[in-house]
Design a protein around this ligand. Sequence first.
Ligand code: ANZ
Length: 955
Amino acid sequence: MSEYQFRETEKKWQAYWEENQVFKAKDDFNQPKYYTLDMFPYPSGAGLHVGHPLGYIASDIVARYKKQQGFNVLHPMGFDSFGLPAEQYAIQTGQHPAITTEQNINRYIEQLKNIGFAYDWEREVRTSDPSFYKWTQWIFSLLFNSWYDLVDNRARHILVLEEHFEKTGNQLVKAASDEEIEHFSAEDWFNYSEEEKQEILLKYRIAYLSEAVVNWCPALGTVLSNDEVKDGYSERGGHPVERKKMMQWSMRISAFADRLLRGLEDLDWPEPVKEMQRNWIGKSVGAQLAFQLVDQEEKIEVFTTRIDTIYGVTFMVLAPEHELVEKITTTEQKQEVEAYVSIAKNRSERERMTEVKRVSGAFTGAYAIHPFTNEKIPVWIGDYVLAGYGTGAVMAVPSDDDRDKAFAEHFNLAIVEVVNEHEKIINSDFLTGLSIKDAQMKAIDFMKDKEIGYAKINYRMRDAIFSRQRYWGEPVPVYFKNDIPYLLEEDQLPLELPEVDKYLPTEDGEPPLARASNWKTNEGYELEKSTMPGWAGSSWYMFRYMDAHNNDAFVDEEKQQYWQNVDLYIGGSEHATGHLLYSRFWTKFLYDLGYVSVDEPFQKMINQGMIQGISEKLLRTKSRTNNIGVAGSKGVQLLDKEEFEFASLDIFSKEDLNGETPQLENYTYVYANINFVKNGVLDVPNFIKEFPEYQNAIFHTKGGYWQNGEYIKTVSDEKDFKTKSEVEKMSKSKYNVVNPDDVIEKYGADTLRLYEMFLGPLEQFKPWNTNGIDGTAKFLKKLWRLFHDTDGNFKVVDAEPDKKALKALHQAIQKAEYDIENFSFNTSVSTFMICVNTLTELKCNNKTVLSDLIRIIAPYAPHICEELWSLLGNEGSVSEGGWPTFNPDFIQEEEHTYPVSVNGKHRDNMTFALDAPKEEIEKAVLANPKVQKWIEDRPIKKMIIVPKKIVNIVV
Ligand code: ANZ
């Protein structure tokens, strides 16, 4: 073998790892553990592109490094395999989503294995596998069987709550619950029917069923969670989303709000993700108080963060959906109010919140009494007040709140100043003269005395809607008896997905499960027809890897106590308010019930940046049909005889080409497949071969034009057809996707791995730019040559290593270790390159040095390192060969370069051995002609030599 043969070598070692289960995590509880996890992928039909493995490679390097350091490493991979794309494909084709999912997973596994990841494949999990979702359903059952105790601030079993009710009714219970639960005594409880009891319990359960306003997406036929809706459209597909009231399963995550907030403090997570969670949870400290309505029994409750401005309240505003609206609206105002309500209903919450300028509202005709001044103030409705936040009503202070002010100005309502420019309260009776803080305290004391209000903390985060009207998700293990939900017994789990004839909702709008012929229990009770959301399985999967095949528990207690939680989690920050919040919630819940010993799932997290694609655009004449987006896209219908002309970019001036749409009247940009472009030049003959619809098209260049694959010169030989390159998201529709399989085929997996790391810091966004990949491939060849002579013979010898080689090696060991510990992988790659260059220059063929070198490069480029490791005469995998010990003695400098100054002015640099005697330095410095020149003939007053620092001569 003269050159390094990556193909055989990579296959050989991948097979070796698999056969020998080298990366199997052991259940050896005496060894220190390290758990590194990638956010598991949804197996999409498109397979992996080079952007996907970026984070996986980083965590793989850490996993291999930790293994070499002696840790028992858990580094698994699995699939988040329930989800919408497989279902939509099923709707279109009739193919069962399980089949597509399986195919896609197989393709992913093949691709992942080609990259040589050190996964413990035995622990692979799939959320759509009944043996997995049995436990998702089991956790749902626990959530259904639990309530949140606000005294001890933890979840508890529902039986404990029932015991309270039996003893004292619900008066003394402090629990997170639905609003408006009537008080009942122990005796009442005793007398309630079974159904009445269940209805009450439902209002306390952590997984509960209630009528909720949801984001309904008619095009997808399902409800979406808040984080799946962006600007009033579904995140997937971009379909319009409306607000609709429906019976829905929800999760009482709001009960955990404060713990989710406080828990962030101890997590080693990127600050932006923590900040997003904080904002999402949205803690507000304020007060809640009631305004009595004039001539009516009801009161209007409001939540305010500025009770100090109470004397500035000149009117009130209710959300259009507020339940009192209908009741209090006077007959004269009825028509106007109803008209307004029906318009407001269809505006998305986000629009309502952000469009401060678009003021709208209606007067209800009703008045309320100001609780401090006893004055009558008008009650309005306006859609800037949201139904789901606080109490759905505000006390409006137009002097200090922008939205209230805009409303008051628009409708000509009174404005009273109550805070002056020094932030002191004015015009406010007994609050006048106080600071904002003091006024708040005093006002709250006053309200407490009068029993009209109290201090209150509000959270913006709502309970999470848990029902999806879809097929491809976990069935909810619930049946209905007299409309009351009951759990299936544990031994009836998993409740498997039924077969259906179509994956669509039924004609009367019921979810697809309603199509199943007998979706009932054995006793004939109807089963729940909605399925769980995408986030159910991913909220607990990190525990399943600890014990992936357990049929008796979701995870064995002892195993969980050993593995604890994830030490390093790598994935995208786009999950900040979805998966990363829900999995924290479920972990805290399981912790409360004693099923896990940790209350946070992911101790440290890193968000990898995105690898962007470089798209190539061509200037082409506009189509008469106007439906052309992509050059060379075979699916596009072209009009007969439509002939296009293309123009090389360098024909036009910069101004003409500016922006997305060129200023040239007849031209537009179309994407070209990046495979036909090299260094910004289109391979015209091959491009038209692939896309015959452009066979007759003319491709103008500076010097002439191309037609039918021939260049016709009109002016000169300038025949390059230039494209416009642009960095964009990697995507099929932009024809800029790079497949890792192709890179591996050409350069090998080790090169791919090294190159992805070399591209830049892990967290950064960076374009996939193949220009540098040759350099990485060359580096590996150079590494190989270090071990071989020119004839390809292995030339490493066992001998005493030389000092310079040891120094180069230990500098690299120190840096590699520091870099991995700090997740700076790109800098290590350059370190390896420098080290290999130095050792090549030194003609180092020393076994000790090269063995250590291999061990530090192995996590990055494992295949070549395995091969060299075995050539060095070692048994087994290099991943079991330990990590070299850094020895600081070897990198001690032996010389120092001194700046030499005369009278404090720097004149030259001189290098001396560290142990050079002072006299020798003095002599050499004074003999230096550059120094002599500045001394001239003056006598030396003093000569200062600070060892390892400076030399200064005073004359
Ligand atoms: C009087 C006031 C005066 C207010 C002032 C603010 C400034 P955060 O901090 O986000 O919790 N508010 C309460 N419920 C609302 C709802 N359902 N829809 C829209 N706005 C609502 O905001 C709390 C403040 O937002 C509350 O304090 C209330 O207006 C308003 F100078 O009350 B404030």
